[in-house]
Design a protein around this ligand. Structure first.
Ligand code: C2O
Ligand code: CU
Length: 463
């Protein structure tokens, strides 16, 4: 991935041509996005390349950039040996374009195509990934960044998309460890990789100059890893979460937690001196800080730092929902190893935990394993609801709602920022609130993808 055009240069170029407002509507067939088998050097170079599944043969897939309010028009071309579909994570999207095989569309068979065409109402950092057997297809590489550009760009020198990921590689042959749905990982913390990297490589380096100001768009594309991160030689502010701008930038003073599927947009100043190496560090499994992304500092962009950044412009429909009279929904999160789930409904009938385990199912949401025929809840369009989750399991879960963003409701009733994925910790109640303003059938599931595949998935319907 080369350095991007700065936003200013980008706008300048457009102003000289057509201008953002009058971009032509694409005619004819949309540009292809081809899911296919290829190989990539994920493991260190002493190992052979790994066979991966990737969009346009790139790991991760190409960064798709589109102006806010514009359209994404892409023809998924399935050159994989299996059916697939694409989900546009975090986009408040038309339901028919949400890409959930079995709920919003049929999976696209090998050799066939599906045209995705939708408007992107919100600026920010989003991503796209397979939503057919995601626990396998995302782990094999089917994911990429979707960036929706603000009409009015922040004042930065460079924009870096950093898709953090891990891969579980068999050291014997350098290929993905099989099976993807290993019982042990399904029933525990999920598939954790033994190789960790960014943008498809284990030693990503993005050189910068002292006092340069960068926008870092962090995306957690891993199946199950909760990244704990900190800045080194960089001073920064969080400006958006899960695509949605914060009302004011928040100085990064502590570690950053990035659960699967979450995004954090940072604006950082390079405060290390020329010759030093700054970067993004992650806490490894032995509690040591390691370089996740190295930023070697070469020369100086300016002799002094700039003023603190301004907030990003707000997206539409960001008003906090009135939660006073909201309907209250409750959902227990159940199952897994060391859980206390005795039984749950599966395929219409109750099953004991051992019986479920033999079928590769370990988790339930409110007594239901996987999608039932009926939604967990049917909401009126425009209705505000709160959803109280109780995590009765022994594991953290990254709970994701499709189609709408929500806010965390804290104990004193105050509302957190808009998010589409939130980390639930064992034993801790968690309450979210949202306005059901997007009609359709929407998944609510754990984004530890093995958990989702083994029961921790449900759906709601907005009438
Ligand atoms: Cu990132 Cu159900 O998806
Ligand atoms: Cu989970």
């Amino acid at each position: 991935m080369g350095p991007h055009l700065t936003r200013r240069a980008f706008c300048g170029a457009l102003a000289g041509a057509a201008g953002l407002a009058s971009l032509p509507v694409r005619a004819g067939s949309p540009a292809p996005l081809t899911a296919r088998v290829t190989s990539a050097q994920i493991a260190p170079s002493t190992y052979p390349a790994t066979e991966v599944w990737a969009y346009d043969g790139q790991l991760p897939g190409p960064v798709l950039r589109v102006p806010q309010g514009g359209r994404v028009s892409r023809r998924l071309v399935n050159e994989l040996p299996v059916p697939t579909s694409v989900h546009w994570h975090g986009i408040r999207i038309d339901n028919a374009m949400d890409g959930v095989a079995g709920l919003t569309q049929d999976a696209v068979p090998p050799g066939e195509t599906f045209d995705y065409d939708f408007v992107v109402p919100d600026a920010g950092t989003y991503w796209y990934h397979a939503h057919t057997n995601s626990f396998e297809q995302v782990a094999r590489g089917l994911a990429g960044a979707l960036i929706v550009e603000e009409a009015e760009a922040p004042d930065i020198d460079r924009d870096e998309v950093l898709l953090l990921d891990d891969w579980l590689i068999d050291p014997a042959d350098g290929q993905f460890m099989l099976p993807f749905g290993h019982m042990m990982s399904l029933s525990h913390g999920g598939r954790l990789g033994n190789v960790i990297g960014s943008n498809g490589t284990i030693d990503l380096s993005r050189p910068a100059r002292s006092n340069e100001r960068l926008r870092l768009r962090l995306i957690n594309g891993s199946n199950a890893r909760i990244f704990v991160l900190k800045l080194d030689g960089l001073t920064g502010w969080t400006v958006a979460l899960d695509g949605m701008p914060l009302p004011a930038p928040e100085a990064v003073t502590a570690t950053l937690v990035l659960a699967p599927a979450q995004r954090i947009d940072l604006i950082v100043d390079v405060t290390a001196s020329p010759g030093e190496t700054a970067g993004l560090l992650r806490l490894d499994d032995n509690n040591l800080w390691r370089a996740q992304v190295r930023v070697p500092v070469q020369g100086a962009a300016a002799s002094a730092r700039r003023e603190a950044p301004k907030a990003l412009p707000p997206n539409p429909r960001m008003e906090p929902p009135g939660v006073q009279d909201a309907r209250q929904l409750e959902m227990a999160m159940q199952g897994g190893a060391m859980g206390r789930m005795a039984s749950a409904r599966f395929n219409g009938t109750p099953h004991g935990f051992r019986d479920l385990a033999q079928r590769g199912q370990f988790w339930a949401l409110d007594g239901q394993v996987g999608l039932g025929d009926a939604p967990f809840a049917t909401l009126d369009r425009g209705e505000t609801v709160t959803l109280r989750l109780t995590n009765e399991t022994a594991f953290p879960h990254a709970m994701h709602l499709h189609g709408m963003h929500f806010r965390h409701v804290s104990g004193d009733g105050s509302l957190g920022p808009l998010r589409d994925t939130i980390l639930s910790l064992p034993g801790e109640p968690l309450e979210i609130a949202f306005t059901a303003d997007n009609p359709g059938k929407w998944l609510f599931h754990c984004h530890m993808l093995g958990h989702a595949a083994s029961g921790m998935t449900t759906w709601i319907e907005v009438a």
